[in-house]
Design a protein around this ligand. Structure first.
Ligand code: MF3
Ligand code: CO
Length: 250
């Protein structure tokens, strides 16, 4: 599929879809505490999305059985919410959520602390978020796609963390996943030319240990191979001739 350039009308719809998602993430963050199950988070998030008159885009996507991906500790992404998976003080939990508003998709992810966490875990969360911002400094019309990938890689490298290679960011619009794919690690080529009106989900996934991941038997949950912690930070952005607009910030 080709990379789409959104019209002014479509950009307005993307802004609204993603703004609504930002409010969902805000509520979800406040909901996180020791003792709740990952299923509680999914039920709460699903309810919030539907209350806004929107549709959770992850639900049934390629058979994914929930509305919010909830990934704990060494789970990288696509954790499946469960009643018997209880958050405990010191855990880190990644919430990936999205919705459809008037046919337009939004997508964003955050990693949160559950109560008090170790300084090492907090550092991983912080560096993952910072790497997103380092990446999108390059996200403007006239630059190339892989300028973003290279900037994320360069930011993370000094920390010695593993940058997940098996999963990447993506274009987004009337589908959750559009072209192009957006790697979070350095590329040898330049990638496509960025143009105003592109909407992209940039989403570094960073492991405290090695970059390698594996899939659990549920065929969804991605975990670090070495059992190390993993963090995720994702926003949907709009490419402009100047600074990118971050559509999923509260
Ligand atoms: N942010 C995730 C992604 O871009 C959301 C998809 S999860 C799925 O892959 F459950 F819907 F597959
Ligand atoms: Co995404």
């Amino acid at each position: 599929m080709a990379v789409t350039i959104k019209s002014e009308r479509e950009i307005e719809l993307m802004r609204e879809s993603n703004r609504l998602l930002a409010t969902v993430h805000k509520e979800l963050e406040a909901f996180i505490k020791p003792g709740i199950s990952t299923k509680d988070i999914d039920i709460y998030g699903d309810t919030l999305i539907r209350k806004l008159g929107c549709i959770p885009n992850f639900k049934n996507y390629n058979g994914y059985p929930a509305s919010i991906c909830v990934s704990v500790n060494d789970e990288v992404v696509h954790g499946i919410p469960r009643k018997d998976r209880i958050l405990r003080e010191g855990d880190i939990v990644s919430l990936d959520a999205g919705l459809i508003y008037k046919g337009y998709h939004s997508d964003a992810a955050r990693t949160h602390a559950v109560g008090q966490i170790s300084p090492e875990a907090q550092k991983l969360i912080d560096v993952t978020r910072e790497s997103f911002f380092a990446g999108i400094k390059m996200a403007k019309a006239g630059n190339h796609l892989y300028d973003i990938s290279n900037a994320i890689d360069a930011y993370v490298k000094p920390y010695g963390y593993g940058i997940v290679r098996d999963l990447v960011g993506h274009g987004i619009g009337t589908s959750l996943h559009e072209d192009p794919q957006i790697p979070n690690f350095a590329q040898k080529r330049k990638g496509i030319l960025l143009q105003a009106g592109m909407t992209l989900a940039v989403e570094p996934m960073i492991n405290m240990g090695r970059a390698d991941v594996e899939w659990l038997d549920d065929d969804w949950t991605v975990v670090t191979e070495d059992g190390s912690l993993s963090a995720h930070y994702e926003n949907t952005i709009l490419i402009t001739d100047g600074e990118p607009e971050i559509l999923t910030l509260y």
